[in-house]
Design a protein around this ligand. Sequence first.
Ligand code: KG4
Ligand code: ZN
Length: 334
Amino acid sequence: MVKILAIESSCDETAAAVITDGYKLLSNVVATQIPVHQLYGGVVPEIASREHLNSVVPVVRHALDEAGVKLADLDAVAVTQGPGLIGSLLVGVSYAKALAFSAGVPLIGVHHLEGHMSAPFLEHPQLTYPYLALVVSGSHSGVAVAEAAGRYRLLGQSRDDAAGEAFDKIARALGLPYPGGPAIQAAAKDGEPIYDFPCAWLDDSYDFSFSGLKSAVLNFLNKKRMKGEDFRMEDVAASAQEAIIKVLATKAVRAACEFGQQTIVLAGGVASNQALRERVKELAPEMQVVYPSPKYCTDNAAMIAAAALGKYQRGEFADWSLNAQANLPLYFYI
Ligand code: KG4
Ligand code: ZN
């Protein structure tokens, strides 16, 4: 049985997981930095790198111990190569290279978004390619046709703020804590989407733009406060959530129809959003809609391990020159 250790450190979670054949996880450890960054209302890159430095050794040790695996038992070490915060990525990449070199096993570099798109296999190992993937996180919004493992045809992506970033910034304006997505989801449950905030449809494009929505919500709040008019924060949260999920769900389903896909995979932190999941299912009742549990939607190393398993089987190994890349493009072909 193959055993792969995977490390993820692209943003504000230090994570390690050990996986074996059949997408079976032997361990999955995540040390979150959220309480540290909450003090600042968002991720502070310099603090994130330092926190990764403190956490990476104990987190990897914990993952190996929990899996009952020694360094010598490993067949490969995988790591998120990018995209992400460069200082954060460097911690994981340097440590993974050192571990792989000392254990005498191959190194595997994984694209963070390929990790997100591979997360559904952990709970749905029978999932087959091709599928339409909506990847929505704190730093990316994208629609891609996953044609085969490692082959993604990117149809559209964020032109400005990513979907998760929009949730985070709007939450901050509403006085809600970081990360904003779960906070807005919770507030929206007690509100009604009574405000018609703008949606940027961008004509026929599968790109996304959420900065106009963010500005519209900020203007709305400023006006209400200046005029001393009452409003319910929960209604604003519900309306902003509606404006975001409407665009995401509609474009994902439209892309699935246009490119003849029967399965839609929702991935990334924003894929934890209950309203988004329900909307996609409502708009595509005849399609299979697959999404990971919330713990596999937000950043984790299990998804990096899932992507690495395929790379190991295909013999896609990195050499020792592997470096962290903040803007690593998603390799795709048209
Ligand atoms: O994938 P992820 O953990 O990190 C990146 O790769 O960026 O995504 C984090 C993002 C944050 O912006 C967070 O607010 C959002 O995912 N998020 C949510 C929910 N849970 C996390 N957004 C909407 N609804 C949620 N339930
Ligand atoms: Zn992510």
